[in-house]
Design a protein. Structure first.
Length: 134
């Protein structure tokens, strides 16, 4: 039900959706923190060695899950960064090729443009004014 509400909100109002998601995860983190703290208190107050050992293992498993979660998040960020970096490198490669072409052809471009603008029949291109729609 909550997921459906968030999906609808995402479509209707992305800004409110982001706020709702932040709040959702804040509450979830608070619940997890409280659950962990309760488990820690249980361990610290336990006198039965077997129950204390079981509580310790539950704490260990909780910490291990949290570490694995952080690793997954970091891995995902790293993969997204790699993808973004590759796209930027490809864009830079195309820009460098374009600059190289312009440098090679600049004299020809200059002469062609000079010939065009000195032609009596030449009319400058019409540029859109800032208030006109493109």
């Amino acid at each position: 039900e909550e997921r459906l509400r968030l999906k609808e909100l995402e479509a209707k109002d992305p800004k409110e959706f982001r706020k709702a998601i932040r709040e959702h995860f804040r509450k979830k983190r608070e619940q997890e923190r409280k659950k962990f703290e309760d488990l820690r208190k249980k361990y610290l107050n336990e006198t039965d060695p077997e129950k204390k050992a079981a509580a310790k293992e539950e704490i260990r498993a909780t910490i291990a899950r949290k570490i694995e979660w952080h690793i997954r998040i970091a891995r995902g960020q790293g993969e997204r960064n790699e993808k973004h970096l590759k796209a930027l490198q490809e864009r830079q490669k195309k820009l460098n090729a374009h600059l190289e072409k312009l440098n090679k052809e600049k004299d020809a471009i200059l002469e062609k443009t000079l010939t065009e603008v000195l032609d009596p029949a030449y009319t400058p291109p019409v540029r859109n004014k800032p208030d006109q729609a493109r």
